[in-house]
Design a protein around this ligand. Sequence first.
Ligand SMILES: Nc1ncnc2c1ncn2[C@@H]1O[C@H](COP(=O)(O)OP(=O)(O)O)[C@@H](O)[C@H]1O
Ligand SMILES: [Mg+2]
Length: 228
Amino acid sequence: MSLLELEQVESFYGASQALFGVSLDVKEGEVVALMGRNGMGKTTTIRTIFGLVRARSGSIRFLGQEIAGQRAHRIARLGLGLVPEGRRCFPNLTVAENLAVAARAGTWTQGRVFDLFPRLSERRDQYASTLSGGEQQMLAIGRALTTNPRLLVLDEATEGLAPVIRRDIWEALGKLKAAGQSILVVDKTLSELLPVADRCFVLEKGATVFAGPPAGLTPDLQDRYLGV
Ligand SMILES: Nc1ncnc2c1ncn2[C@@H]1O[C@H](COP(=O)(O)OP(=O)(O)O)[C@@H](O)[C@H]1O
Ligand SMILES: [Mg+2]
């Protein structure tokens, strides 16, 4: 069953059109990669899904229900968890408080987040502002998990992090996948992203130009759509 389905979504920043026809879908239990070079519309697509940018046309369905045009807090409450670009934690709250603010009933408790990210457990009473970038990223993921989302969405969660921390994060995502968590993930490191992805969508200039399994992304296509 399709958890999330976008069809020909278009959206704008003021008068400037950013999305020209984004179509993608995520099925229950899948890890889906959303790819494309800088500025192609990945973050805008995510912001549009979450109601932070309004879709001007096209449709966005979550669990079969049209969500385009709904308010952001209502969309989140339907079961969408966001780990935003730039990992925004509340700097003046502790790790434990950050995990508590958005928490909703479900199997993802604070304790389970600490099992997934032991580094956070050791820092549970520290202010988020004192954490390293990698720890803040883990906290942002943990915070999204404690909302017990049907779909977890990550926007560049490993950007700018040291290799050893990236490995921890990919390992955690692998565990989430194994536990059946549905995930939509944006990341630039193909060597880390492709092995965990069930399917990929590639954006170019705000439109979907490729949809298919990772194996379908031939070196040619990678070069055309993702090369630098
Ligand atoms: N807040 C904004 N206001 C105006 N234009 C924006 C804004 N954010 C992004 N854009 C433009 O929208 C396009 C898509 O950007 P974005 O979705 O951030 O791309 P990506 O996440 O793939 O790097 C780019 O042309 C970018 O310059
Ligand atoms: Mg982006």
